[in-house]
Write a protein that binds this ligand. Structure first.
Ligand code: GLU
Length: 460
């Protein structure tokens, strides 16, 4: 590797001009711009130190998805009406392995949403150290309020187009917001039917009875908690007795809550898109899981069943809880840009020690800045929530070897992977002279692994 240094001004001018191109060529895709900006802000010294990345136009190439697929998804609802949604799959980067990343079904999904998620996924997947490239997909379909049959018909129509683009060596989708075990089942069923292949490794997040892996369901939430525990350990702290807020109440949030409770923390609040619950003595996870996972209900139903021990605040933002009570740890596990600068200031005033992103990009750039200025431990999503996709890679390993591992073994592997990601981020931040800056560490370590593979594979 060449060690000639590029002058800092040249490196940053080059980065700015590439970023200007990203803005110009992807108009209106504000979430993608935000995700790219954050990575670019970390790369100045990398480009300075490694001119070969600039010479091979690695950054320009990494911002351009290898392939973007957009398709019509027609289906018939229970009333016999024809409905049309839009489907996406953005195959971003396959330098390290098949494209890998989830599908999001939510009315807010646009091409720019999928591109931001796919871009994040490239670096996240690289950070896991596993052989997976990055991609993402989804649709503006809203599973909320739909019958099982409507969800099935939608998934079958979605897969009728998607099947030709995916495969265990090509592109391996999984779940994300709005896509859980039920949806993966219908998608896998249709793939199997169309291709006449029982190709287990084509999707992850499958049911454990038919090719799925133990711990995949728990992995994102568990992993984010383990990552936070590792951050806390650097300050001689742990979860025992800590008061914790977990935003959201979907898959990531539920299993973050479970792991925090196992480690002795007290989760006092969670949320959904209609409101927030504050349970001073801690959430009743058994009841919460019954309401969310079994009944597919709302947090208001949880609060009603819990009675006087629960305070339901319709329309309230979860972070406002920190205005009146102490919060030690915050785990945003809902969606992008759900925690802004004002929320960050509220949390800092409340004495928050650590914040880790269970969701993808839940903290705005201004919020991240507030945490950095206040020396709050901050774990960015591409590191903190990588346990989900890492366990998907373990599911692919089990499918490839027609094996299935025990819960204990799988959880042990997840734990090792999360500790490894924490170490990699911390060591990279140290190497670049910014100890404790996990944003820098994650971006640089993820980027470097992908960039080196791209260099080795030539201009493709
Ligand atoms: N959607 C998850 C993520 O954001 C998981 C993706 C996967 O398992 O492929 O990382």
């Amino acid at each position: 590797m060449s060690t000639t240094l590029v002058p800092p001004t040249t490196a940053s001018a080059r980065l700015e001009s590439i970023f200007d191109d990203v803005l110009r060529r992807n108009p209106g895709e504000t979430e993608f711009h935000q995700a790219a900006r954050e990575v670019f802000d970390s790369l100045g010294r990398v480009i300075q130190k490694h001119p070969q990345y600039a010479e091979a136009a690695i950054l320009e190439r990494i911002c351009e998805p290898e392939r973007q697929i957009i398709f019509r998804v027609p289906w018939v609802d229970d009333a016999g009406q024809v409905q049309i949604n839009r489907g996406f799959r953005v195959e971003f980067n396959s330098a390290l392995g098949p494209y890998k990343g989830g599908l999001r079904f939510h009315p807010s999904v646009l091409l720019g949403t999928v591109k931001f998620l796919g871009f994040e996924q490239v670096f996240k997947n690289a950070l896991t150290g596993m052989p997976i490239g990055g991609g993402k997909g989804g649709s503006d379909f809203d599973p909320k309020g739909k019958s099982d049959n409507e969800v099935m018909r939608f998934c079958q129509s979605f897969m009728t187009e998607l099947y030709r683009h995916i495969g265990e060596y090509t592109d391996v989708p999984a779940g994300d917001i709005g896509v859980g075990g039920r949806e993966i089942g219908y998608l896998f069923g249709q793939y199997k039917r169309i291709t006449n292949r029982y190709e287990s490794g084509v999707l992850t997040g499958k049911g454990v009875g038919w090719g799925g892996a133990l711990v995949r369901t728990e992995a994102t939430g568990y992993g984010a908690t383990v990552f936070t525990e590792e951050m806390l350990r650097t300050r001689g702290e742990d979860f025992d007795g800590k008061r914790v807020l977990v935003s959201g109440s979907g898959n990531v949030a539920l299993y973050a809550i479970e792991k925090v409770q196992q480690l002795g923390g007290i989760v006092v609040g969670c949320s959904d898109s209609s409101g927030t619950v504050y349970d001073e003595k801690g959430l009743d996870l058994g009841l919460l899981r019954q309401v969310k996972e079994v009944d597919r209900g709302r947090l208001s139903d949880y609060a009603e069943a819990r009675g006087a021990d629960s305070d339901y605040r319709a329309g309230a933002r979860i972070w406002s809880i920190a205005e009146s009570v102490r919060v030690d740890v915050a785990l945003p596990c809902a969606t992008q840009n759900e925690l802004d600068e004002a929320d960050a200031r509220t949390l800092v005033r409340s004495g928050v020690l650590a914040v880790a992103e269970g969701a993808n990009m839940p903290c705005t750039p201004e919020a991240v800045r507030v945490f950095a200025e206040s020396s709050v431990l901050f774990g960015p999503g591409k590191a903190a929530n990588a346990g989900g996709v890492a366990t998907s890679a373990l599911e692919m390993q089990q499918n490839a070897s027609r094996d299935s591992w025990s819960f204990e073994h799988s959880e042990q592997r997840l734990h090792e992977i999360m500790v490894g990601i924490h170490e990699r981020c911390a060591a990279t931040a140290d190497e670049y002279g910014e100890p404790g800056n996990y944003v820098l560490g994650a971006n640089v370590a993820g980027f470097t692994r992908v960039a080196d593979a791209m260099l080795a594979l030539g201009v493709i």
